[in-house]
Design a binder for this molecule. Structure first.
Ligand code: UTP
Length: 490
């Protein structure tokens, strides 16, 4: 510990920050102070200024220095889910039409969470820039953008697109949008906001230095949506535009239906505060959260907690999963509700994860640990559901064409499975249009199909439009561009 005296700090503000670190037992962050350049000193002081020391102390005491008690519920019940039904079902039609009306009236904004670190994928760049298109190499961001363009044309509306990024990927994300000319969107309707960061803590609850002048931090999880919307001007911008609700989605799912009229409609008709889509779990232990009612409070229980609440593994009398409601992380969130939750942010729960966090040793050298050595703290957006005053809306969806998240390169929830799902999903459209693709599918494992969401967002739209074209499919596949021209593999 090199800091011997407060006298090393010149201004009152500096002294005050130092005093605070002492008060909270974190003064080790100044151990290289005397060797730092002026700019580096300022960097460290600025970082410290932004830290909520009391919060970090509370998190360390609750999660690291003691073992938090497991929450006990006297009753856990499945949530009511609006099931999958034919489009012609009267309630489906009513919801769809209501959602379309909200879109036409410009009541819907889009909120994309893209601030994650994407550690499992290990891609060198923001996850949204990943070239997921097997033929076109289109990025995840481009898929989302093309859907937005289709919807804006269809409903003659503007869908402002709010994108949450983090300190680590803000610059590269914005550059990517600029390089790609915002994929044809008006840049005035695309808004980037940096989410809050939280310091990582070691096993003694101390801050971790990842350079002589910086403290290791991580983005505060997708629950950072709530403070980001309120503190970064999104709420204000959205209100000025007459927006009433946000369609929340995650960057890693090329298939997500952004601003889905059916979903918006159910949310609106039920006067809901926050609604969720539901996927039917494909096995009891599928690694997705489960929507349920715990002593009357709507919650999502993480799959890692299934053994704590074994009721969630029960089957019903017909041999089906009692708690089938898996969480694909798609929501409609009313702006009034975001504001209400923000006022109670101190009650928003935190989650900890034991991770490998690069740190510097006493010589200032960076060490990348092989084993977990510290804690990251995050908040999760689904915990906002606990704050709802009446049971939220849960709407079942089909996975194919809606839910294929990318968490890693190969295996489940991967780049490779996402690419296959494109071929499977869009292949059904081509087959219905009379194209024979079975033999290609059988012969070539790397036969791919891509259809630009600008060209068609739905099967109905595709079947109508394709009448004007006659495409030639090769054994490598086909990518139909926004204007109906085709691309093949280079
Ligand atoms: P994940 O929890 O899957 O994290 O995020 P990730 O960053 O994509 O990947 P890993 O866990 O490091 O491998 C789900 C969604 O939430 C966003 C991500 O960008 C992704 O869209 N997210 C996550 C944030 O926006 N901020 C965060 O702090 C964490």
């Amino acid at each position: 510990m090199c800091i011997r005296s407060k006298s090393l700090f010149i201004t009152e503000a500096e002294k005050e920050i130092y005093q605070k670190t002492v008060e909270f037992g974190q003064e080790h962050v100044f151990q290289f102070w005397e060797q730092l350049q002026e700019k580096e000193k300022q960097y460290l002081l600025n970082q410290l200024k932004e830290i909520d020391f009391q919060l970090m102390k509370d998190l360390a005491e609750k999660w690291i220095l003691s073992t938090p008690e497991t929450e006990v519920f006297s009753q856990i019940k499945p949530v009511d889910v609006i099931p999958l039904r034919e489009d012609t079902h009267p309630q489906e039609r009513e919801a769809y039409e209501c959602g379309e009306e909200m879109l036409r009236k410009g009541k819907v904004g889009l909120f994309l969470v893209a601030g994650g670190q994407g550690t499992r994928l290990g891609f060198d760049g923001p996850k949204g820039t990943y070239p997921v298109g097997p033929i076109t190499q289109k990025s995840l961001f481009q898929y989302h953008a093309e859907k937005i363009i289709n919807l804006q044309n269809r409903y003659h509306c503007i869908l402002p697109w709010y994108i949450m990024v983090s300190e680590g990927n803000e610059k590269s994300t914005i550059s990517f949008f600029k390089e790609n000319n915002f994929f044809g969107l008006n840049s005035e309707n695309v808004y980037f906001a940096v989410q809050p960061m939280v310091p990582c803590l070691n096993e003694q609850g101390k801050f971790i230095l990842d350079s002589p002048y910086s403290i290791a931090k991580n983005p505060n999880g997708h629950g950072g949506t709530i403070p980001t919307v309120v503190e970064k001007g999104i709420l204000k911008d959205a209100r000025n535009r007459g927006i009433e609700m946000l369609s929340y989605f995650q960057v890693d799912n090329w298939a997500v239906k952004v601003a889905d009229p059916r979903f918006i409609g159910y949310h609106t008709l039920n006067k809901a505060e926050m609604s969720s889509k539901i996927i039917r779990k494909n096995s009891l232990r599928e690694p997705v959260g489960v929507h349920c009612l715990c002593d009357g409070v709507y919650r999502v229980i993480e799959y890692s907690e299934l053994d704590i609440y074994p009721q969630l593994l029960e089957m019903d009398s017909t041999g089906n999963m009692k708690f089938f409601a898996g969480n694909p992380a798609m929501h409609i969130i009313s702006l009034d509700f975001v504001e209400m939750v923000y006022k109670q942010l101190h009650l928003f729960p935190w989650h900890k994860a034991f991770k490998k966090i690069p740190y510097i040793n006493e010589h200032g050298e960076l060490i990348k640990p092989k084993q977990p050595n510290g804690f990251k703290f995050e908040t999760f957006i689904f915990d906002a559901l606990r704050f709802t005053s009446h049971p939220p809306v849960a709407v079942e969806i089909q996975r194919l064409g809606e839910y294929t998240p990318i968490k890693q390169y190969d295996g489940d929830n991967s780049v490779l499975s996402a690419r296959k799902s494109m071929t499977q999903f869009w292949g059904t459209w081509l087959k219905k249009a009379g194209y024979a693709i079975e033999s290609y599918l059988e012969q070539n494992d790397n036969f791919y199909i891509e259809i630009s969401p600008i060209f068609s967002l739905t099967e109905k739209e595709f079947l109508e439009k394709q009448k004007d074209y006659k495409w030639e499919i090769t054994k490598q596949g086909i990518a139909i561009n926004k204007d109906g021209t085709i691309s093949t593999l280079l």
